[in-house]
Design a binder for this molecule. Structure first.
Ligand code: SF4
Length: 711
């Protein structure tokens, strides 16, 4: 399904970077041997030709020798062997039918993919629902499900309220809490946010870890900017200090609150007896610093909040984001350029995967699956009955394996590495009756699969993706690198047609799928492939003439009442806190050179050359306490598992907190993390786990082992 080049008959093909949610345009070219290479796209709408280290290296993983080339089936002896597509499909269909008929089972769980395109995620959620379950989800569950929940509930739409362009032009203050755009959204940071800062905008960063964002804005070098470094899991008390300071000083936008919000009295009541001194102490940040930050935010003409996984990945993730919404609503910082509450979305299509309905509680366009009118509307197009009960999220599906979940269908995701408590996930996968994985490599998850279907990569397919500021853009592919691979879309249609044979999966390419998506998801209704073109269109785009909204809520919120919802929230500490046995708090985050489970970035020469292995940041005082020198290898142990990593002694992290990454298979932080969930969004608490640390190999020993042996 690869397209004609858009760069002239022999020119490179214009597409979108497969890594982060910024959605940078790149070009790709292909040589006679099929090898794909990167070319800049000089006037790409989002990035104007700029590119970060990952984007520039993205094609390296496409050409990697680990690519799957043929279908694989696991025989009775447990070994994988090559098979024809027909044979592989027969096994998939037979097992799926058997699992579906098992009265003790919920049917099975379906994993969409935040790296796959809208059309592919649309098809997998349709496949799940045709199969008889709403248990379909993607890794948005792991990163921003709490953010989406809070934004949808309180403002109306589960997405970034503003666009990168209007934030650059109009924001005077950037309040960045639990996000690290310097590393995780590098082009948004360098091209948009840094530009605003050069023109005078102030940055207030709230994060337990100093990082490239801190350094890129030189936050600690000037009185204009601030870095508040709270203890992990104390965002609610810190923001409550900010809110109470705003109330005490009459910095509330009373007209906005009166006309456009509800629930302000509830916030006042929550904060009435709130003790600012005690809360600041709990957060580990001087009270006067938080008060000064509150003043800077409240006094700005336009202040924008950026929120990331440091906020969302907690058992109080929904309330964390609700408190940011409280801050924006109370000060009237919504509905104008340069304001809002803006989640910086992770994967290149994590926004789109949710938008097109790969979630257990909503149909395409965030329409409530439990609403009979919504179902009837969609059933008219789909022509089959949609199950009415919301399904299980992917972590709940994982927890149910061995009980009510007996089969998994996984498109492109890698739960062995992306879910918390890896050892337990691996044990559960052993208990499955059947798992099919369609992917481009034999991932850590595919090692447990009964059938592996080899997919084409992002560089070989056409479709659409939605970036972090709701801009829908087209991706275009070159020819297949391996002739016996298939597009995810084609695989899903083949499986759907073999399972049901009723025409529900008769599509001749992604544009036909998009045309059906438009019919059932009003936010996309006004878009066509032609209209999206090279510039892209922001959703919502309800009618064919709509230009799409770069920022939301200028005329009112899209909640049922039309009002923004304020709700006071109280501190909820992490479920696991340090004790004698596990005296440190572990928190995790990503680095610029790698991406999430590292499936692609670890197969890039450039990226692994720069950062070949995992590490842990340890504060100098903790290093003294536990006898750790910079470069030692340490064992980090939680109640769930242990990893061995290199220690980097640095003041980037707070005393008592250690920081590591999830990217590296043999030492991923998720062997240690806790799988307790936020009650409403079901997001796990990746950001706080109690651990102990001890030296396993000293730097001296490592040097000696690396030294050449004497002859
Ligand atoms: Fe790709 Fe994100 Fe880097 Fe842009 S900022 S090149 S989208 S990884």
């Amino acid at each position: 399904m690869s397209s004609e080049s858009d760069g002239g008959s022999d020119g490179p093909t214009k597409t979108i970077c497969p890594y982060c949610g910024v959605g940078c345009g790149i070009q790709i070219a292909q040589d006679d041997e099929g090898e794909v290479s990167f070319r800049p796209w000089g006037d790409a709408p989002v990035n104007n030709g700029s590119i970060c280290i990952k984007g520039g290296a993205a094609t390296q993983s496409v050409n990697h020798e680990d690519r799957l080339t043929d279908p694989l089936i696991r025989d009775d002896d447990g070994e994988l062997r090559e098979a024809s597509w027909d044979e592989a499909y027969d096994v998939v269909v037979e097992h799926m039918e058997r699992t579906r008929e098992d009265p003790s089972a919920q049917g099975g769980g379906f994993y969409g993919c935040s790296k796959a395109m809208n059309e592919e995620n649309y098809l997998i959620q349709k496949l799940a629902r045709r199969y008889g379950t709403n248990s379909v989800d993607t890794c948005t569950r792991m990163c921003h499900s709490s953010t989406v929940y809070a934004l949808k509930n309180s403002l109306g739409e589960g997405a970034m309220t503003n666009s990168m362009a209007d934030l650059e032009e109009a924001a005077d203050v950037f309040w960045i809490q639990g996000a690290n755009p310097g590393e995780q959204h590098p082009i948004a940071n360098s091209q948009y946010f840094r530009q605003a800062v050069l023109e005078g905008a102030t940055v207030i960063q709230v994060d337990p870890h100093a990082n490239k964002t801190t350094r890129s804005f030189e936050i600690t070098e000037t009185d204009r900017h601030m870095h508040l470094q709270p203890e992990p899991g104390t965002d609610i008390p810190l923001l409550n200090v900010v809110l109470k300071t705003i109330l005490e000083n009459d910095w509330v936008d009373e007209e906005f609150v009166a006309e456009r919000t509800k629930g302000f009295e509830d916030l006042k009541e929550t904060l009435e007896d709130f003790d600012k001194e005690a809360a600041a102490e709990e957060a580990g940040v001087p009270l006067e610093d938080i008060e000064l930050a509150a003043e800077k935010y409240a006094m700005a003409n336009n202040a924008a909040i950026f929120t990331g996984m440091g906020m969302s990945q907690h058992t109080c993730g929904v309330d964390n984001v609700q408190n940011e919404i409280n801050l924006a609503l109370t000060t009237g910082n919504l509905g104008r350029p340069g304001t809002g509450v803006n989640p910086l979305r992770g994967q290149n299509n994590v926004q789109g995967a949710s938008d097109v309905g790969a979630m257990p509680n909503v149909l395409p366009g965030y329409r409530d699956v439990s609403d009979p009118e919504v179902r009837a509307d969609v059933e008219e197009v789909w022509d089959f009955e949609i199950p009415s009960d919301p399904g299980l999220t992917n972590v709940e599906v994982s927890h149910e394996i061995g009980d009510t979940i007996h089969g998994l269908y996984i498109m492109g995701e890698n739960p062995v590495m992306s879910e918390p408590d890896t050892n337990r996930v691996e044990e559960r996968l052993e208990e499955l009756d059947f798992m099919v994985v369609q992917d481009i490599y034999e991932t850590e998850t595919a090692e447990y699969a009964d059938v592996i279907l080899p997919a084409t990569s992002w560089a070989e397919r056409d479709g659409t993706v939605v970036n972090t500021d709701r801009r829908t853009q087209r991706m275009r592919g070159v020819d297949k690198v391996h002739p016996n691979t298939k597009d995810d879309l084609e695989i899903l249609c083949d499986v759907g047609n073999r399972l049901f044979g009723d025409g529900s999966f008769d599509f001749d390419g992604p544009e036909e799928v998009f045309e059906e998506l438009r019919q059932v998801a009003p936010i996309f209704h006004g878009m066509t492939y032609d209209r999206i073109g090279e510039e892209g269109i922001h959703w919502p785009c309800y009618e064919p003439g709509d230009e799409g909204d770069a920022y939301l809520y200028s005329d009112g919120f899209t909640t049922e009442s039309g009002l923004g919802r304020i709700e006071g929230v109280r501190h909820q500490p992490p479920k696991e806190t340090p004790d004698e046995e596990y005296p440190l708090i572990l928190t995790t985050g990503r680095i610029i050179e790698h991406y999430n489970t590292g499936t692609m970035s670890r197969r890039s020469e450039t990226l692994t050359h720069v950062e070949p292995e995992n590490f842990v940041d340890v504060h100098p005082n903790d290093a003294d306490r536990y006898g750790i020198d910079d470069g030692d290898y340490v064992t980090l142990k939680s109640r769930r598992g242990e990893i061995e990593v290199e220690a980097r002694v640095t003041e980037d992290t707070k005393e008592g907190t250690v920081w590591t990454t999830p990217h590296f298979a043999d030492s991923a932080g998720n062997r240690l993390t806790n799988d307790v969930l936020d009650d409403r969004a079901k997001i796990p608490e990746y950001k706080a786990a109690a651990v102990e640390i001890e030296v396993s190999v000293t730097a001296n020993d490592t040097d000696a082992a690396d030294a050449p042996a004497d002859d």
